[in-house]
Design a protein around this ligand. Structure first.
Ligand code: AMP
Length: 403
């Protein structure tokens, strides 16, 4: 039987999961439990072509996982019969010291928990997910995989904020970068797709999902990335502002007397495309633009403007850039965004082929013009598979595919 890894991504009110075969790359099952703690929580599972959906009260993360396993039993079989060798936990923030995929024990949970001060929105739900999953599945090894890991060795000049050095050191303030699993996976896939050794490729990866980040990668190693100490910095996102003048936070706190928690919540949840246009899904944004909404048009223009600034910056950071790759929900599906991000860059060696760009294909593909010195690619990301492979390598180093 093929080995499987259960990959869990625990948020404050949701748990996303995927059961993956690390060797074959097949996703056996995936699903989500949303609105945990609500009377009308929603549990969804897709398994072997079957889709199940249940709406019911799910009090907490433990109830959510138990419900998930009940759904598994209902449609596909008990997890114990599905070759489960590990549970992989996506952990957003590893701080300075945690970056290797690591077998979780009590001491390690405490280390992740200790980083909660640095990542108050992200690490506590991960810790909760780990604790609950270890309780329910005590006989399977649990492995933590960090979203910051790929950027652990970001050059100091890219990782350092120009602020008081002592304060920065004391409070562990630096640019950590996020979406690392995706940037690493996609950059490796780009090298494979182009049949060029990763070590010889200078590339820009644009992870444009609900969260969004860009990275500049030289020879497989990141040299810059747009997210910083938290996942708020950089590109305009679905609900996050991306780059802002920090002065506006002081202004809102001091003059508008808005509590700091509320400012944080606004910048995370009610900003970005949603803040400007009232929607954060790009399919809805385009509909609103087509219907004549000037707010939606402005949101789109602000989004594209920021994206182009980062692309320009990373072309300058890398110098000779061999590939620009779009990935994640928007990057993989939205031909308008890809076109508008790169239009007019032919003098910089980047030229998109409109016809290829418009193709509704789902698989990895080239969308640049034949004579474009910089290749432009669309490559589907697969963070779950990357996490599953990292876990399999930890659990059984000799047997890992290690692709
Ligand atoms: P992700 O965070 O990678 O799952 O991306 C989710 C986002 O991708 C959604 O909020 C949408 O904005 C976007 N998205 C998904 N499908 C499409 C599509 N067909 N066209 C445009 N945007 C899409």
């Amino acid at each position: 039987m093929q080995r499987t890894v259960l990959v869990l991504n625990s948020g404050s009110s949701s748990v996303k999961y995927s059961l993956v075969q690390p060797e074959s790359g097949v996703s056996v099952a995936n699903g989500i439990i949303e609105r945990i703690g609500d009377d009308h929580s929603l549990a969804r599972l897709e398994f072997g072509g079957l889709k199940v959906e249940r709406e019911r009260s799910v009090a907490d993360h433990e109830a959510a996982l138990r419900l998930t396993f009940d759904l598994f039993a209902e449609v596909g079989g008990h997890l114990g019969t599905l070759g489960l060798v590990a549970v992989g936990h996506r952990v957003v923030h590893g701080g300075r010291d945690l970056y290797q995929p690591t077998l979780i024990d009590d001491a390690f949970v405490a280390k992740i928990d200790a980083l909660s001060a640095l990542a108050p929105l992200h690490n506590p739900p991960a810790v909760l997910g780990i604790e609950v999953a270890r309780r329910i599945l005590p006989d399977v090894p649990h492995v933590a995989v960090f979203d910051t890991a790929f950027f652990h060795d970001l050059p100091e000049m890219a990782a350092t904020y120009a602020i008081d050095r002592e304060v920065a050191q004391r409070w562990q303030i630096r640019r950590y970068g996020f979406h690392g699993t995706s940037h690493e996976y996609v950059s490796q896939q780009a090298a494979k797709f182009l049949d060029v050794p990763l070590s010889q490729l200078n590339q820009i990866v644009l992870h444009l999902g609900n969260g969004a980040s860009a990275s500049a990668i030289a020879g497989g190693r990141p040299v810059d990335t747009s997210m910083g100490m938290t996942p708020m910095e950089g590109l305009v996102m679905g609900t996050r502002s991306g780059d802002i003048d920090p002065g506006l936070v002081f202004y809102l706190a001091r003059t508008a007397k808005i509590p700091v928690e509320e400012i944080e919540s606004m910048l995370n949840r009610r900003s970005g495309v949603r803040g400007l246009a009232g929607v954060n899904d790009f399919r809805e944004l385009h509909k609103a633009i087509d219907a004549g909404s000037s707010d939606a048009r402005l949101a789109y223009e602000v989004y594209i403007h920021r994206l182009r600034k980062y692309i320009g910056a990373y072309l300058a950071v890398l110098g000779d850039t061999h590939a620009i790759t779009f990935t994640a929900g928007v990057g993989e599906n939205d031909a308008h965004v890809r076109r508008d991000a790169l239009t007019g860059l032919a003098p910089l060696g980047v030229e998109i082929d409109e016809h290829l760009n418009d193709s509704p294909a789902r698989s990895a593909r080239v969308i640049s013009a034949e004579n474009s010195p910089t290749k432009v690619l669309v490559i589907p990301t697969d963070e779950e598979l990357a996490i599953a492979r990292a876990c399999a390598a930890v659990v059984d180093p000799g047997d890992a595919d290690g692709e």
